[in-house]
Design a protein around this ligand. Structure first.
Ligand SMILES: *Cc1c(COP(=O)(O)O)cnc(C)c1O
Length: 409
């Protein structure tokens, strides 16, 4: 049985219109974009350059600023390790936040092993940074600030234009992990003072295994130490034969965004409001995580008191495909590092559900999802009440030195 897919922060289906654009590049137009002595390669190279322009237009950049990669994780590694490697003589301090994606946090951890210092800024209960703290953390040694646009778990949107302004004032590079916000929120790398930006195609209805790094070429020019060496592709920063079909798909999905963004944002907001209001009406002791307004409409992170996340997920998994806010690294589910960072109150820390709404979701599906969740939470809470009541009665009987059978009130 197919459940309703509500996990679009993890990945999205490829839009059929995008796939259609990709297909010829697997078979008929299979050329190597770096082998341009014949029409096969020339045609592939032209397709790549068109995609480069389509991507660049989405963030108000120039095509030459776009480096294609194998996804956002790779882009982030290239940005952080690349800047660190190239500017090591200038400084060895990097600033990021505790709620960043693992790709950023783990890259920073690697850099620490190589002698860099990393400041991880805390966030408030709404997932928001304190910009004064950011400013205060900058030292003459600081070379890079890496802060995300929209959070992948709780949807909070950081004030990237202000972060960019602070970075410019202090002459520090600003890398933005925009994987969740790209081709959803409006991003202008000039207006926001972004020097490097990472994103991925598979979060925005494109194929998996392709992403890009925006790398500013002027005011100021940013340089990197390449992490993959070879044939000198992508300005020498990322060698390796280009994945032409995937790149074409990434361009095509950006082109769709250009025409459909307003309608899509409206659709997301509508579904978000619908689902949220249904849950609010149907359940008590529930909490919506992340910033109430400065947030991505496709995200809804909800915590429930009095139930276990483990059980809850089991109850609903046949009907809706969602992700939990638990880290799966241990047998006992603990709240994720992001939920810990926002200091989710203890009574809510046991069960969190992350909804990632998508382009193809419908109003009717929001109804089904809400009903399914409300029923499951009520069922589990009743079971727990029942258990608690039995337990309390048994205790009372023990104290009176009677057999628990007396508890058949
Ligand atoms: C998914 C995601 C990534 C990693 O992207 P991949 O292309 O899957 O490597 C990085 N950052 C954020 C915020 C994400 O949501």
């Amino acid at each position: 049985m197919k459940s309703i897919y509500l996990d679009h922060h993890a990945t999205t289906p490829v839009d059929p219109r995008v796939m259609e654009k990709m297909l010829p590049f697997f078979t008929r137009d299979f050329g190597n974009a770096a082998s341009k002595s014949h029409p096969y390669g020339q045609f592939a190279a032209e397709a790549v350059e068109q995609a480069r322009k389509q991507v660049a237009d989405t963030i108000c950049a120039e095509p030459a600023d776009i480096l294609f990669t194998g996804g956002a994780t790779e882009s982030i590694n290239l940005a952080l390790k690349g800047v660190a490697g190239f500017y090591r003589e200038k400084g060895t301090h990097i600033i990021t936040a505790v709620t960043e994606h693992r790709a950023v946090l783990d890259s920073c951890q690697e850099l620490e092993k190589k002698g860099f210092q990393v400041t991880r800024l805390p966030v408030g209960p709404d997932g928001m940074l304190d910009l004064d703290e950011l400013e205060a953390a900058i030292t003459p040694e600081t070379i890079l600030i890496s802060l995300m646009h929209a959070n992948h778990e709780i949807g909070t949107i950081h004030p990237i234009a202000e972060i960019g302004r602070i970075a410019k004032e202090k002459r520090v590079f600003f890398h933005c992990d925009a994987t969740q916000a790209f081709a959803k929120e409006k991003i202008d790398v000039e207006a926001c003072g972004i020097d490097l930006l990472s994103a991925s195609a598979h979060k925005i209805y494109g194929p998996k295994g392709v992403g890009f790094l925006y790398l500013r070429r002027k005011n100021p020019r940013v340089r990197l130490e390449a992490q993959i060496n070879g044939g000198g592709h992508e300005r020498g920063y990322r060698s390796g034969t280009l994945n032409v079909p995937a790149i074409v798909g990434m361009g095509a999905t950006c082109a769709l965004y250009q025409t459909e963004a307003p309608a899509e944002r409206h659709h997301m907001r509508h579904l978000h409001t619908l689902l949220k209001s249904k849950l609010t009406v149907g359940l008590t002791q529930i909490r919506f995580n992340g910033h109430p307004e400065k947030r991505m409409p496709g995200n809804l992170s909800v915590s429930f008191a009095g139930v276990s996340g483990h059980q809850l997920l089991r109850e609903i998994q046949e009907i809706i495909a969602v992700s939990s806010g638990a880290s799966c690294t241990s047998a006992i589910p603990a709240p994720s590092y992001i939920l810990k960072a926002i200091q989710l109150p203890a009574e809510y820390a046991q069960a969190t559900i992350r909804f990632g709404l998508g382009r193809f979701n419908t109003e009717a599906e929001m109804g089904v999802a809400a009903t399914c969740l409300i029923d499951a939470v009520n069922r589990l809470r009743n079971q727990n009440d029942e258990k608690g009541r039995k337990h309390r009665t048994a205790l009372a009987c023990n104290m009176k030195n009677e057999s628990p059978d007396c508890a058949t009130e």
